[in-house]
Design a protein around this ligand. Structure first.
Ligand SMILES: Nc1ncnc2c1ncn2[C@@H]1O[C@H](COP(=O)(O)OP(=O)(O)O)[C@@H](O)[C@H]1O
Ligand SMILES: [Mg+2]
Length: 335
């Protein structure tokens, strides 16, 4: 097949996406496909460069996020048109965050009538907004931490007057733990909220769930082994997520069969409740009583060699080549 890998983009997760994209592209070539890499934020010369080089990491020989002037966002339309002219059988969406994950790129691909991997426009948009996701979770009896949503920096913070600490403050639509604070004391709450508002989105102030960090991957209508994450920092932040050795992982998580089955069921329900298709990864907390809570559904989870979905797949006996192929097949089913 002829496959375009969309990677990079102008979100805060650009660098991770370049790595995901490169690994996916290489794997698709190994699997016998014709592959063209396209960065929706790149100029034509840069696209040529992108297709000449291997493995990109933080601005080595390719522009990183800081090198992207603001007007680059207008390149998205041009580049989707470029993808259309290439007439691929399918687009493998390896973007993370921003327009690549929030439904905008999905909508552009729909308009251009190009099949693509992962969830559709609506599910992507719902999953990107943590407050909206929570509405869907509650409606489907999927446990999720209680949260107060602040629309604007000057919104009343009265509802938080009797909050019990710790609380988690996070932008409504960021990923990679960016702008997230765990607030231990009331006096620190306002500063954390103000900081989270820097990301130009609503802010969620959420009940802190002590206990374990787990994540469940969903692919082809089934769940993969549960992963327990033991971050070096206590918080699974950007560094722990992307730096080798900054987190330990237990795959499968050391949970009883009963708890394992329960969290897998909840994860699958969360994936379905948002209308996700193809694959996703559901981030959860498990408190000391082994009660699970869904934090969010990631519709375009990391796909680098050390990412969580490939780890879970491996534990289920699915290697990276097969995983990538499965995602393509699922994408074609959506057509
Ligand atoms: N309510 C919570 N209780 C405990 N830890 C949390 C909570 N919300 C977030 N975290 C921590 O912050 C990380 C990122 O939060 P998450 O909601 O998954 O947002 P994102 O991954 O989009 O930044 C989680 O993986 C977890 O380590
Ligand atoms: Mg998360």
């Amino acid at each position: 097949m002829k496959i375009v890998v969309l990677m990079g983009g102008d979100s805060t997760e650009r660098d991770v996406s370049l790595v995901s994209g490169d690994q996916i592209a290489k794997t698709l070539v190994e699997n016998g496909h014709e592959v063209i890499k396209i960065d929706p934020s790149a100029t034509r010369d840069e696209q040529t460069e992108l297709n000449k080089t291997d493995i990109h990491w933080i601005g080595l020989d390719y522009p990183s996020i800081d090198a992207l002037p603001l007007h680059r966002s207008s390149l998205y339309l041009k580049n989707i048109m470029l993808v259309r002219r290439l007439r691929p059988d399918i687009v493998f969406n390896a973007l993370h965050g921003g327009k690549g994950e929030n439904g905008i790129v999905q909508g552009m691909l729909e308009a251009a009538e190009i099949p693509y991997t992962g969830s559709g426009m609506l599910a992507s948009a719902i999953a990107m907004q943590k407050d909206i996701s929570k509405m869907f979770f509650r409606q489907n009896n999927i446990p999720t931490p209680r949260a107060v949503i602040l629309e604007r920096p000057d919104s009343s913070r009265k509802k938080l007057k009797n909050a019990r600490f710790p609380q988690v403050v996070k932008p409504n639509d960021q990923g990679s733990t960016i702008g997230l604070h765990i607030v231990e004391r009331k006096e620190e709450l306002d500063a954390a909220i103000d900081d989270a508002f820097k990301f130009k989105s609503k802010v969620l102030v959420e009940e802190y769930i002590p206990g374990k960090e787990i994540t469940v991957s969903v692919i082809r209508q089934r769940t993969l082994p549960v992963i327990e994450i033991i971050p070096e920092h206590g918080l699974y932040d950007y560094e722990c997520k992307y730096k080798e050795g900054m987190s330990r992982y237990e795959v499968p998580a050391r949970l009883s069969d009963e708890v394992t089955r329960q969290v897998q069921n909840i994860a699958f329900k969360a994936h379905q409740a948002l209308g996700c298709t193809g694959y996703s990864r559901v981030d959860m907390r498990l408190n000391e009583q082994n009660e699970p809570y869904v934090l969010e559904v990631n519709t375009l989870p990391g796909m680098t060699g050390t990412s969580l979905v490939p780890k879970a797949a491996k534990a289920a006996g699915i290697n990276f080549n097969s995983l990538v192929e499965m995602i393509v097949e699922e994408g074609l089913k959506k057509k």
